[in-house]
Write a protein that binds this ligand. Structure first.
Ligand SMILES: Cc1cc2nc3c(=O)[nH]c(=O)nc-3n(C[C@H](O)[C@H](O)[C@H](O)COP(=O)(O)OP(=O)(O)OC[C@H]3O[C@@H](n4cnc5c(N)ncnc54)[C@H](O)[C@@H]3O)c2cc1C
Length: 461
C-alpha cells in the first residue's frame, strides 16, 4: 500500500475497485475523458489519478477512507460546473452524478435531493407539486455546488438564496462520520454549508429544502443597440431600484468581436400587464430592437431563462455592488467591452448586472456563511475562448478580464460571489467570505483537522 507522498500502486487501485459497488476509471480507460473533464474546459488539462463514480453513501465513505489510507487527496464532483474546475484534481475524484434521486412532498413543501442531483433532476421532481425555491439557470448545474456556495436565481428577491431554503443536509466527514446537520444538530456545519463553499467540510450526501408554492408569472427579453447602452444601463438600474421584489433583471452587454449587443432579461412574479408598467421607463428611454413581454407559467419562465452556453473555456470576475453602477463606471465598462481582444468561442465576452437584494438582504450577514446581505447588484464580468485558440489569445483574454475588473473595482465593495469562482482572485478570503471567514476556518478545523479536503482557495489554505 502507498504511503503519503507516493502514488497508489496498481494493487491499491484494484483494492478500491473491489471495495466499491460503483465504477473506478483510470486514465486510458474508456469513459475516463467525460468522467474527468470539468464543464469549464479551461481546466481540462488537470488529469485525475482516478475517478470513482459512487453507487451509494457507503461508496463515498470507502473512497474517502481509501484515499486517506493511500495518501492521495480527493475532491467531490456533482454537476462539475465549478468555474475554477474545483471538481477535478490530480488525486481521486469522487463523482456523485449517479446519486441524483430527488423526492418532493407537496403537503410539507420539503424537497430532498441526493448529493449528485442537478437542476434538471430537481425541476422534474418539484414541477408536479407547483412549488419551487431559488435554483440555478443551467439544467446540468449541480445542487451541491450551487447550495454550498449560496445559489442565486431569478426568484431570489422573493425566495432568497438556494442556501436560504436549505433546512437540513447530511455530510460525510473526512473521518467517515455521517453527520445530520440542521439548525440545532451540528449547527456549525449547517451554518457553513449555507454559502461557505463546496469541497471544504466533507461530502454532502443529501440536501433538504423548504419550497414555496408558485404561480403563473411573466418574462421579458429586451434587446438594444450598442449606441443606447449608457441610457439602458442607467435606466435599468433605476427600474430595479423602484420595482417590487417580484421583479428580476439581468442587464448585460455582450460582444463576440463584431459589435456589441445590450440586453435586459428577466422575470416578474406577476402578470405581463404589470411587468409592462414596471418596464415602461426602459421601453421609452430607447427603442428596443426586440421586446418580448409575455405571460408564462412558472415552468415556461424557467425554460425562457435557461442559460445557454457554447461551453469551452471561460473565466469570470464579480463585484458586489451596494449602490447602482454610476455613469463613470458604466462608461469604463462599455469602453472596455468594445476593446475585447477576441477569441474563437461564440459566447464571446461581456458584463452584466444581476438584480440581487430583496429576500437575500433580509438575512443577517452572519446568520449563514453567505455574507453579501447588502447587495443591490452583482456585477459579473466574463470572457471565453476555445482550446483551439493560441496561448497568446488566452493570455490576452485573461489580461483583458483583469484590466476590466481593476477598472471597475473603485465602484464596488471589494467583495465577490464565491460561486462565480475566480481562481486568479488574490483577495478571495475577504472577497468571498468577508467577516465570516474566521468562523469558517474554525468550523473547517473542527470537522477536518487534518485538512484532508483541500484545494486552491479552500477554507483554511
Ligand atoms: C452554465 C452555468 C450556469 C450557472 N448558473 C448559476 C445560477 O443561475 N446561479 C448561481 O448562483 N450559480 C450559477 N452557476 C455557478 C454554480 O453555482 C457553481 O459553478 C457551482 O459550484 C456548480 O456546482 P456543481 O455541483 O455543478 O459543481 P462541481 O464542480 O461539481 O462542484 C463545485 C464545488 O463543490 C464541491 N462539491 C461538489 N459536490 C459536492 C458535494 N456533494 N459535497 C461537498 N462538496 C461538493 C466540488 O468539489 C467543488 O469544489 C452556474 C454555472 C454554470 C457553469
Amino acid at each position: 500500500m502507498a504511503g503519503p507522498g507516493s502514488a497508489p500502486s496498481e494493487s491499491d487501485w484494484a483494492g478500491l475497485a473491489t471495495a466499491v459497488s460503483g465504477r473506478v476509471l483510470r486514465p486510458g480507460d474508456t469513459g475516463f475523458g467525460p468522467a474527468s473533464t470539468p464543464f469549464n474546459e479551461r481546466f481540462a488539462a488537470t488529469t485525475p489519478a482516478g475517478v470513482v463514480t459512487v453507487a451509494d453513501t457507503a461508496d463515498i465513505r470507502r473512497a474517502v477512507q481509501w484515499a486517506r489510507s493511500v495518501g492521495i487527496g480527493a475532491v467531490a464532483r456533482s454537476g462539475g460546473h465549478s468555474y475554477a474546475g474545483n471538481c477535478v484534481s490530480t488525486g481521486l475524484v469522487i463523482d456523485l452524478s449517479r446519486l441524483n434521486t430527488v423526492t418532493a412532498d407537496g403537503s410539507t413543501g420539503l424537497v430532498t435531493a441526493a448529493g449528485g442531483a442537478t437542476m434538471a433532476d430537481i425541476y422534474a421532481a418539484i414541477q408536479p407539486h407547483e412549488m419551487a425555491y431559488a435554483l440555478g439557470n443551467g439544467s446540468s448545474v449541480g445542487i451541491a455546488g450551487l447550495t454550498l456556495g449560496g445559489g442565486c436565481g431569478a426568484t431570489s428577491r422573493v425566495h432568497g438564496l438556494t442556501a436560504d431554503a436549505l433546512v437540513e443536509t447530511t455530510v460525510l466527514t473526512a473521518d467517515g462520520e455521517l453527520l445530520r446537520c440542521d439548525a440545532t444538530e451540528n449547527a456549525d456545519l449547517f451554518w457553513a454549508c449555507r454559502g461557505g463553499g463546496g469541497g471544504n467540510f466533507g461530502i454532502n450526501t443529501s440536501f433538504t429544502f423548504q419550497a414555496q408554492p408558485v404561480s403563473d408569472c411573466s418574462t421579458y427579453l429586451l434587446l438594444f443597440d450598442r449606441a443606447d447602452a449608457e441610457k439602458v444601463f442607467t435606466v435599468a438600474q433605476q427600474v430595479v431600484r423602484s420595482a417590487p421584489d417580484e421583479f428580476a433583471a439581468r442587464t448585460g452587454i455582450s460582444t463576440t468581436g463584431s459589435g456589441a449587443m445590450v440586453s435586459v432579461i428577466g422575470q416578474h412574479l406577476g402578470p405581463a400587464a404589470e411587468l409592462r408598467e414596471i418596464l415602461d421607463p426602459l421601453l421609452s428611454v430607447a427603442g428596443p430592437r426586440r421586446a418580448d413581454i409575455d405571460d408564462r407559467t412558472y415552468w415556461e419562465a424557467k425554460d425562457d431563462l435557461l442559460h445557454d452556453t457554447a461551453g469551452g473555456s471561460f473565466a469570470a470576475r464579480t463585484s458586489i455592488l451596494t449602490e447602482p453602477l454610476p455613469d463613470a463606471g458604466i462608461e469604463v465598462m462599455l469602453a472596455m467591452v468594445d476593446k475585447w481582444p477576441g477569441s474563437g468561442n461564440p459566447d464571446g465576452a461581456g458584463a452584466a448586472l444581476f438584480s440581487w437584494g430583496g429576500a437575500v438582504n433580509r438575512v443577517g450577514v452572519s446568520e449563514t456563511a453567505f455574507p453579501h446581505r447588502d447587495t443591490m447588484f452583482l456585477l459579473a464580468l466574463d470572457t471565453s475562448w476555445l482550446a483551439t485558440d493560441p496561448a497568446s489569445a488566452v493570455e490576452r483574454n485573461l489580461g483583458w478580464l483583469a484590466e476590466l475588473g481593476e477598472a471597475l473595482a473603485p465602484f464596488g465593495t471589494g467583495r465577490s460571489y464565491l460561486n462565480f469562482t475566480d481562481p486568479d482572485l488574490e483577495s478571495w478570503r475577504t472577497a468571498y467570505h468577508s467577516v465570516n471567514y474566521a468562523r469558517l476556518v474554525e468550523t473547517k478545523l473542527r470537522h477536518d483537522p487534518n485538512r484532508f479536503f483541500t484545494f486552491t482557495q479552500g477554507i483554511g489554505t
